[in-house]
Design a protein around this ligand. Structure first.
Ligand SMILES: Cc1ncc(COP(=O)(O)O)c(C=O)c1O
Length: 408
């Protein structure tokens, strides 16, 4: 049953999918479709799971998974900070009231403006390239980490591996050591080392290896830093074939390898918000083409390009006929002018009818965050549901707004 991929509060009652106590069809009627729905309880429970697995760590939400002020406020309430990688993401974190003490600023090519913004916020800056210590010092930065590239191949899509030998991120051990020394010469406070090996990880093994290499690096330098930042990475189940460790199973082996007296930072993004998000679409045309049964929806690659970028495989259900058994396999196509705009290659569904509401689980991370307005399709609205109420946390864009940027 697709239910296991849905948020904690998902229920099926009288054939209707409920999320946070709200019927999905009512959400679709009141807010329109496509609609990204986040379940507050699922997010809070994921935070709790991290707290239990690493009680003393600073949890900094990987804002890139979905930058949204209301969600960042919710995280701030839970004592969670933010990992940001641009001035834009920093602005979201600051707008949510997250203190600079809880912000880690990344990026493989930070601009002077971004370094200045990080200084102003009082964020911890992660040095990622030779010469960045000089640029950071010139921009007034005080506190830094050095990002180490341990030469570990994460088992995940190539585009989201980040610590293999030829990664664009971070510094190989010798270069990291030189940057660290340069930062000290410049009077920067070098608090420690950062490592992040990739995203949508299905096991801790390679992360454990990375931590072991970081520890060996520190031992060689005979240095006990005050901070170790182990990044994020834990994956989310998008379909029932995917098997993933729990937060505890993933995080514990890492925490156990951190030397005593060193403060830990973790930067989960996907695993905090991925399962909490469900996208609702309205089914439009249904047709058969060359033996393939198509159901077309009113969104697609502009609100979720993960199938095209990473070959992501989703499942779905009809929110208004959630207790009906699947009758056939359907290819769920988006509305964009591109044959590759297929959200789900093979979805088992009861025969869809125009007007049905299609719910796609596990779409809370790196979906709308990677979205576009391709084909002049405005971006969808986002709501947060809890206890039978829905709160709009991102307004639907309009076509007029798309025209606003035109000049000349
Ligand atoms: C430096 C850093 N930290 C944290 C994250 C969040 O990763 P995830 O969403 O896989 O937990 C990323 C994303 O790739 C990242 O680049």
């Amino acid at each position: 049953m697709v239910l296991e991929l849905l948020p904690e509060t998902a229920r099926i009652e009288d054939g209707e999918l409920l999320l946070g106590g709200m019927p999905a069809t009512r959400l679709a009627e009141e807010h329109g479709t496509p609609l990204l729905v986040y379940c507050e309880r699922t997010i809070r429970e994921q935070v709790l799971a991290y707290r239990e697995a690493a009680p003393d760590a600073l949890i900094a939400y990987g804002t890139k998974a979905f930058a949204n002020v209301a969600l960042l406020r919710l995280f701030a309430e839970e004592g969670v900070g933010a990992d940001v990688s641009t001035q834009g993401e920093l602005a979201f974190a600051r707008a949510a009231g997250i203190s600079g003490k809880r912000i880690v600023f990344h990026g493989n090519n930070k601009s002077t403006e971004e370094l200045r913004a990080a200084t102003e916020a009082g964020a911890l800056v992660v040095l990622d390239a030779p010469g960045e210590a000089d640029a950071a010092a010139a921009a007034g930065v005080r506190r830094v980490l050095v990002r180490l590239t341990p030469g570990v191949e994460a088992v995940t899509h190539r585009s989201i591996q980040t610590a293999h030998a030829e990664s664009k991120f971070g510094l190989a051990p010798e270069a990291a050591e030189r940057e660290l020394e340069r930062a000290r010469e410049l009077g920067l406070e070098v608090e420690g080392v950062h490592v992040h090996i990739g995203s949508q990880l299905g096991r801790p093994d390679e992360s454990v290896l990375a931590v072991e290499r970081v520890v060996a690096f520190l031992e060689r330098l005979q240095w006990t830093p005050s901070v170790l930042d182990l990044g994020g990475g834990l994956g989310v189940r998008h379909n029932r074939d995917e098997r993933l460790p729990s937060v505890t199973e993933f995080v514990r082996p890492l925490v156990e390898r951190v030397p005593g007296g060193v403060s830990l930072i973790l930067e989960p993004g996907r695993s905090l918000v991925g399962r909490a998000g469900v996208t609702l679409y309205r089914v439009g045309s249904v047709k058969e083409s060359g033996g393939v049964a198509y159901a077309a929806i009113d969104g697609g690659m502009s609100d979720n390009p993960r199938p095209q970028l990473y070959g992501a495989r989703y499942e779905a259900l009809l929110a208004n006929r959630a207790d009906e058994l699947p009758s056939r396999v359907y290819r769920v196509a988006g509305k964009h002018c591109e044959s590759g705009d297929v959200l789900i290659e093979a979805a088992e569904l009861p025969e869809p009818r125009p007007g049905d509401v299609l719910a796609v689980p596990a779409t809370g991370a790196y979906t709308l965050a990677l979205g576009s307005t391709y084909n002049g399709v405005p971006r969808p609205a986002v709501v947060l549901v809890a206890d039978g109420e829905a709160r709009l946390i991102r307004r639907r864009e309009s076509v007029d707004e798309l025209l606003r940027y035109e000049a000349g």
